[in-house]
Design a protein around this ligand. Structure first.
Ligand SMILES: [Zn+2]
Ligand SMILES: [Zn+2]
Length: 386
């Protein structure tokens, strides 16, 4: 890691909300001082100076604006960027702006000033692992995604094998199935998933690395802004919905179904780790590429890619789990797909709605149970079969 030591000028310009005031305590919000007055930064680091009042006391600064008082300007050299009159109109306008600006401001404080905490944690993580982009994007991603898959997957599998804690059996989507799960079938699934992860997942990670924009590979140390994370995750989710839906429908075509996708549908009542129990061709086409293309398209930072992998993997494990648990994604649609074969091909359900491939589902009892539970009462008891 290239480190750079420098002392910041005591009166840097504060970049908070585009203001022009100066502050004796201006500091870079993206770094943590390693020792007083000396900051550490990565090769791609650009300094973001936030003055102390803007970082620590945003509410009092806003209040002083609304009152037209430059209360803090006399203290610690903080100059407010604008002059406010005491007229009612200005007060209302200021209040309106503040109300709409508040969430954005809080996020900025969270990801900007507090972002120094995330940046510091990320720096410490990279100091431990090393910051070689090739190793992180390939082996690092392989180890990380495998850990996510098997930690969540094995927790569900333990439940399937032991049937304990017994209270969770009330949350089964198809009661009586896999209680307990057949050990021979379970071993087959574990072998296939491990094969798929090593023989298709790892090579695809290498391919993904070499297709990434150079800038993405070079900016490992600098975390992205909050807004960047949000729009890149949004694009990844949309791309996955489109690619998974159409590739999944293709795999259901009568001419090729029995050669590839039939293996995944051996489980009419799936369990969590059957999420990647599939023919290797299906695993690349329908499981991995819809996730990887979002990363290529957005050229996102590796931390965003790992966040995206976490969301995608945990979601597919939950929807295959066979349990509809409180506060977790609803498995009803995909479980119904395994039960009926020709309904609910997508992830979000938007394309199923557009193509009319979820009409039977929407007339079913399962559709009434298709929501994120916020109470402990199982959906099958809230909406019984009869
Ligand atoms: Zn499935
Ligand atoms: Zn299918």
């Amino acid at each position: 890691m290239a480190t750079e030591k420098q002392s910041h000028n005591q009166t840097e310009r504060c970049q908070h909300r585009g203001s022009a005031h100066t502050e004796a305590f201006a500091r870079c919000a993206r770094t943590q001082p390693q020792q007083p007055g000396v900051y550490r930064s990565g090769p791609q680091h650009s300094h973001l100076f936030i003055c102390k009042p803007c970082t620590i006391r945003p509410r009092s600064v806003r209040a002083s604006r609304l009152n037209g008082a430059n209360a803090r300007s006399g203290q610690s050299g903080h100059k407010l960027p604008h002059t406010y009159t005491d007229t009612q109109t200005d007060a209302i306008m200021s209040l309106t702006v503040e109300l709409f600006d508040l969430p954005a401001h809080q996020f900025r404080v969270f990801w900007g000033a507090s972002g120094s905490m995330w940046q510091s944690l990320w720096d410490r993580f990279l100091d431990f692992t090393g910051d070689n982009p090739l190793a992180l994007w390939t082996v690092g991603s392989y180890v990380y995604t495998s850990l996510i898959y098997w930690s969540i997957g094995l927790a569900y599998t333990l439940l399937d094998v032991t049937g304990r804690p017994a209270v969770l059996r009330r949350y089964k989507v198809q009661p009586g199935t896999n209680e307990p799960v057949d050990p021979a079938r379970l071993r087959t699934v574990i072998r296939q998933v491990l094969f798929n992860q090593f023989c298709t997942g790892l090579p695809l990670l290498f391919l993904m690395y070499y297709l990434l924009p150079g800038q993405t590979r070079d900016t490992i140390r600098q975390l992205p802004t909050f807004v960047t994370v949000v729009w890149q995750l949004g694009v990844c989710i949309l791309i996955e919905e489109v690619m998974f839906y159409y590739s999944h429908r293709l795999l259901h075509d009568g001419r090729i179904y029995r050669y590839i996708h039939k293996r995944h549908h051996e489980w009419t009542a799936p369990i969590a780790i059957t999420a990647m129990y599939a023919h290797p061709v299906e695993n690349v086409l329908s499981n991995l590429l819809p996730i990887a293309v979002g990363v290529w398209t957005t050229g996102c930072h590796i931390s965003v890619a790992w966040l995206w992998f976490t969301l995608a993997i945990s979601n597919t494990l939950h929807v295959h789990s066979g349990y509809h648990l409180p506060l977790l994604p609803s498995p009803e649609q995909h479980d119904y797909h395994h039960l009926k074969f020709n309904q609910c091909y997508g992830v979000l359900g938007v394309l199923d709605w557009l193509h009319g491939t979820s009409e039977m589902f929407h007339r079913s009892k399962q559709a009434k149970r298709d929501y994120i539970m916020t109470s402990l009462e199982p959906v099958r008891e809230t909406h019984p079969d009869q």
